[in-house]
Design a protein around this ligand. Structure first.
Ligand SMILES: Cc1cc2nc3c(=O)[nH]c(=O)nc-3n(C[C@H](O)[C@H](O)[C@H](O)COP(=O)(O)O)c2cc1C
Length: 406
């Protein structure tokens, strides 16, 4: 059975309510669906259940303090916020919700929520009277305005002996709601082709020319497109990454092979997203057997240009897919990306600065600017997965526009 949360990183925040014991079950059930879990607890939460429980279940240290030099690496709350694809606060106390509504950041969990660019989901749990109060309802209204998603409490028997609305939503319903949040339908019915990773250009049977591309951004985009309802084919150069569930993989090595496979399915493709870092040059005549070391101090390799896949696609007669290119640049980022956009007749180009070692190639983070017709949008530094989802939203919108306006 497909795990609905595979490859998803969820930060589970636990606050000081009687339902804190249910957070252990939430952790396990989210893991059953394939999610990777980290946890953070408020001081009050630690009076209800021990960090040891969540540490053992999540197999990760629990984040506890904002200002503790021993436990927090520098800017730890920012790192955790960037790490997460989604933050779930369950149970969320009335007090936590009020702090969230005020935009405070004087404890770790509120600081993480304030620093996060990913979706934040709050599952309140409290006595029915606390829930009904205007103060709580006003706070709920305030956080909803900020697109924080609420998993409303259930009605029923309460730990305090009362009956009413305030029980934490059933764990299985929380897990279902979270799984559905990753699925949008913005690309339903679309055939999407993504290329990812580096290519390898053979020197001889054991050596090759390649680049530092890890494939992480391309794989994340393939996964985000699949979650948006598309049928996705991923043509990938050599990487060490797991193939996202429900994505069709086609493995290739060289630029020539990547072009050949791309052309073989481009006719049936609605959206082509070219993320691969295709080598620009290949060895003109690779040796058929291993080149032996000789007394010579130098060896010359004659290189020739590899095919430009995006240019080949732009030259296609007839039905051309909505085409998105990536420009990995080390200088003149926007100027070079604009040039590529025009020359290769792209619908969109995503420019990223690969000279910054904290983003791009091997990093889990990225920061990009998307350029297109009347579009110049910069996405600040975030995880490649969060960025992939944001890019898919833009791609879906622009693709729809291009269909409406011919
Ligand atoms: C036994 C006990 C149970 C509590 N249960 C809840 C609860 O279910 N929901 C709630 O909002 N507050 C509850 N509280 C109050 C919170 O613990 C208190 O507001 C605390 O400041 C919350 O801190 P936190 O939001 O930083 O975790 C309870 C307090 C006690 C002593």
């Amino acid at each position: 059975m497909t795990k609905r949360l595979s490859n998803k990183r969820i930060l589970l925040g636990v606050t000081g309510g009687i339902a804190a014991y249910k957070s252990a079950e939430i952790c396990r059930r989210l893991q059953d669906e394939g999610a990777e879990i980290r946890t953070a607890m408020t001081s009050a939460a630690q009076k209800f259940i021990t960090p040891l429980t969540l540490q053992a279940l999540s197999r990760n240290p629990v984040h506890l303090d904002l200002l503790d030099a021993q436990t927090e690496s520098a800017m730890g709350h920012i790192e955790v916020a960037r790490w997460a694809d989604l933050i779930l606060i369950a149970p969320a106390s009335a007090d936590f919700i009020s702090r969230l509504a005020q935009g405070r950041s004087d404890d770790l969990l509120t600081a993480i929520c304030l620093a996060a660019d990913c979706k934040v989901v709050v599952a309140p749990s409290m006595n029915r009277s606390m829930w009904e109060k205007n103060a709580t309802q006003n706070n709920m209204g305030e956080i909803q305005k900020r697109k924080i998603k609420i998993l409303n409490p259930d009605e029923g028997d309460q730990a305090c002996g009362e009956v009413g609305v305030g029980r934490l939503m059933e764990v299985r319903n929380i897990v279902n709601a979270l799984s559905e949040m990753f699925e949008t339908h913005s690309l339903s019915g679309k055939q999407v082709l993504v290329t990812a990773g580096p290519t390898r250009e053979a020197i001889d049977p054991v050596r090759y020319i390649s680049n530092h591309s890890s494939g992480k951004q391309g794989y994340a985009i393939a996964e985000a497109a699949m979650e948006a309802g598309a049928a996705v084919t991923l043509i990938s150069g050599p990487t060490n990454l797991p193939v996202p569930a429900r994505v069709k993989i086609v493995n290739v090595e060289s630029a020539d092979e990547m072009l050949e496979k791309t052309l073989s399915i481009i006719e049936s493709t609605d959206i082509f997203i070219s993320v691969a870092a295709v080598a620009d040059f290949k060895v003109e005549s690779p040796a058929s057997s291993k080149i032996k070391k000789t007394g010579e101090l130098k060896l010359s390799l004659e290189l020739s240009k590899t095919p430009d896949i995006l240019l080949e696609i732009s030259k296609l007669n007839g039905r051309k897919p909505f085409t998105v290119g990536f420009a990995a640049e080390t200088e003149n980022l926007i100027k070079n990306a604009e040039k590529k956009l025009r020359e290769k007749d792209l619908d969109l180009i995503v420019a990223n600065n690969v000279s910054d070692p904290t983003i791009g190639f091997n990093s889990d983070l990225n920061e990009v600017t998307v350029l297109g017709h009347q579009l110049h949008k910069t996405f600040p530094k975030s995880s490649k997965k969060t960025l992939a989802r944001n890019l898919v939203v833009v791609i879906a919108e622009k693709c729809l526009d291009s269909i409406s306006y011919g």
